[in-house]
Design a protein around this ligand. Structure first.
Ligand code: PEP
Ligand code: MN
Length: 385
């Protein structure tokens, strides 16, 4: 269903109370002003009339604030809506519905609010430097697991660009399972990534593992990666949300997709607007792959959220030889981007060499993914040489 049709379907629901069912406490029958589908009472959408003036939008925003709710204005192609998030009281709906220029006020049914497609039917397109993800454009982020040396990152950057990636990845702060493993080059690694961006024009995607490091990493990175281990580090999510940078949020290996969306909601609620979700595999009983990579996540997320979804077949499988077909499968499933580990010499990599492609394998993977994307009327753009 098209985004506009989705919103129309939501808006066409009557605001009558539903007999015999209410999300509110037992013993409190729904009043005549309660919502037909009550949601969880933590958010509603103030839908402005088509052609409502900016003054009317700002008036409604002020009313939302006066009622103790937090407004997030979303300017859609057809109409403007204001997501009003916070604890709801019935009189809020009445107060907002009577503002000039307001067409309707409806509850947000999903537990996540600003991330929900109910609030914003059109897909969000994330743009960060040379990287575009979403809206029919498949952005490819490639590079080594860790930044190891100047030569390594500069060679990797040039090679992934030549093969058609539009962003460079590389960890400078590495969250390692063992404290004795290579922990990354830290600020030196960030400087090398910035040098690689200078040389190639590629946007830089790099992980930040602690809230106090966000200002430093944001100085160098175009996209802040929040790793799987940190998906529910709420102080970190808030810090990246405030940073003004785009955020790539990886799914925790034991997190449900709804938990991933609620984690994204923290980033959005803190002011982040450019959030990319990443499926990177989950822990299951299965041992033939490092993690189990569920591609149905992409399809589900596209139904539930406007945020773009990228797939990481490198961590998702843990085997270089499994990466090319799973990258193609991710594009076929509708992924808005790919995150792929590529190393000049995977055998000598300081982290994740076993799942990293060499340059030739990456180039071949890109050719195949491009064919899949074209067959589905999507585009994997290239940067000018
Ligand atoms: C990584 O991208 O190198 C990484 C550490 O990924 P994840 O957080 O998904 O394990
Ligand atoms: Mn890695």
């Amino acid at each position: 269903m098209s985004p506009e049709a989705l919103l129309r379907r939501r808006l066409s629901r009557p605001l009558r109370p539903r007999a015999g069912r209410s999300s509110r406490a037992k013993g409190h029958p729904p009043s005549s002003s309660s919502f037909s589908q009550a949601g969880d009472g933590q958010g509603m959408i103030v839908v402005m009339k088509p052609g409502a003036s900016e003054e009317q939008v700002q008036h409604a925003v002020r009313r939302v604030e006066q009622l103790g709710l937090k407004p997030h204005v979303i300017y859609g192609t057809q109409r403007t809506v204001i997501a009003a998030v916070g604890d709801r009281r019935d009189e809020h709906r009445e107060a907002l519905a009577s503002c000039p220029g307001v067409a309707d006020v409806v509850p947000i049914l999903a537990p996540y609010k600003i991330a929900s497609r109910e609030v914003k039917p059109e897909p969000t397109v994330v743009r960060a430097g040379s990287l575009t993800v979403g809206g029919g454009t498949v952005g490819v982020i490639a590079g080594p697991c860790s930044v190891e040396s100047r030569e390594q990152i500069l060679r990797a950057a040039q090679a992934v660009k030549d093969a058609g990636a539009t962003a460079l990845r590389g960890g400078a702060f590495k969250p390692r399972t063992s404290p004795y493993s290579f922990q990354g080059l830290k600020e030196k690694g960030l400087q090398l990534l910035a040098e690689a961006r200078e040389a190639t024009g590629l946007a830089v995607v790099t992980e930040v593992i602690a809230p106090e490091d966000v200002p430093l990493v944001a100085q160098y990175a175009d996209v802040l990666q929040v790793g799987a281990r940190n998906m529910q580090n709420y102080r970190l999510l808030e810090a990246v949300g405030r940073s003004g940078r785009a955020v790539l949020l990886k799914r925790g290996p034991a997190a449900t997709v709804d938990e991933l969306l609620l984690a994204a909601e923290y980033v959005l609620d803190a002011g982040g607007e450019q959030v990319i979700l990443c499926e990177r595999g989950i822990r299951t009983f299965e041992t033939h792959t490092r993690f189990t990579l569920p591609l149905a996540t992409v399809v589900y997320l596209h139904e539930k959220t406007h945020l773009p979804v990228v797939v990481d077949p490198s961590h998702g499988t843990g085997h270089a030889w499994m990466v090319p077909p799973m990258a193609c499968a991710a594009v076929a499933a509708g992924a808005d981007g790919l995150l792929i580990e590529v190393h000049p010499d995977p055998e000598t990599a300081l982290s994740d060499g076993f799942q990293s492609l060499n340059f030739e394998q990456f180039q071949h993977t890109m050719q195949q993914c491009r064919r899949v994307a074209e067959a589905l009327q999507r585009n994997i753009p290239r940067l000018d040489p």
